[in-house]
Design a protein around this ligand. Structure first.
Ligand code: HEM
Length: 257
């Protein structure tokens, strides 16, 4: 909901934001469910702080990987092999059968569908400039309060998606799903110089080394479950993000009759 733009006047109580104000009833329901998921109030004072970084990103990587993989025998074979040998070595090693590496498939999915398309930072302007800070401290309090200099925030947004889809960086086939493009990075000291799905620098995701293989294992387990249950994935050409999965479904062959 926070992503939805609004034109309604109720947004007036949120002057600095163009987001829809929260629906209190739905928020209460959400909080109840989140608390049920993570009942330990001491460890998780605000469950969403845990759920958003760990789950919200991971399910999208799983869903988008599955969407690219389910109808390709070579890709599926890789995930099947990983389930049989769930080790980082297998994740990063090329399969003899498909000449593909599961890590490349996951990297390629992260490139085309980064769960965080933009990463933003906000900086209080005054704190950034020591000179300005001294100047402000010399001003009488009533002028400081009136100018509200402390509340001036500078924001920077890193456009992760544009870097990931740039034809200048990835070539004319930048928009295509081609896991083998990652072969050129294999064994290189900096194995993924242009993948910013986990951010960059000191605030980089702490799940960066763990999440890709975890996602691959979940994808493998889903594919195995689908086979065991005799289900099929019915897909469309559009691979969704938060929304946009219309037309996608799991189906049992009997449902086709
Ligand atoms: C595919 C899965 C994931 C992706 C793409 C992802 C991506 C990101 C990104 C882009 C950031 C922000 C980095 C920045 O601000 O510069 C981040 C932060 C973070 N991630 Fe992940 N993440 C994933 C999975 C996980 C998992 C599984 C965990 C936990 C085990 C996790 C824990 C965190 C934490 C704790 C932060 C810092 C949050 C904060 O301080 O605001 N992430 N992640």
């Amino acid at each position: 909901m926070s992503k939805q733009q609004t034109s309604v006047s109720s947004a007036a109580s949120f002057p600095s934001s163009s987001c829809t104000p929260p629906d209190v009833d739905r928020l209460a329901t959400l909080s109840t469910h989140l608390r049920r998921l993570l009942p330990d109030t001491e460890k998780y004072p605000n469950p969403i702080d845990f759920v958003v970084p760990t789950w919200e990103t991971l399910w999208r990587l799983v869903a988008t990987s599955l969407a690219h993989v389910y109808d390709n025998e070579d890709y599926r074979h890789n995930f099947h092999e990983l389930l049989g040998d769930p080790t980082p070595g297998r994740f990063r090693t090329t399969s003899l059968d498909s000449n593909l590496c599961t890590e490349w498939i996951i990297n390629e999915t992260l490139r085309l569908h980064p769960p965080s398309r933009h990463i933003s930072r906000s900086f209080p302007l005054v704190k950034e400039h020591p000179g300005l800070q001294i100047l402000v401290s010399l001003l009488p309090k009533f002028i400081r309060d009136r100018l509200r200099l402390d509340s001036i925030i500078r924001s920077e947004i890193a456009d992760i998606e544009s870097v990931h889809l740039s034809t200048d960086i990835w070539g004319p086939d930048a928009l295509e799903f081609k896991p083998r493009r990652w072969e050129r990075h294999a064994g290189a000291a900096d194995s993924a110089p242009t993948l910013f799905a986990f951010g960059y620098g000191p605030l980089m995701c702490i799940g960066k080394n763990w999440a890709p293989m975890a996602a691959a294992l979940i994808v493998g387990a889903i594919l195995e479950g689908i086979d065991a249950e005799g289900l099929e994935i019915i897909g469309t050409a559009v691979i969704g993000g938060r929304a946009g999965w219309a037309g996608w479904e799991f189906k049992h062959p009997e449902d086709f009759c």
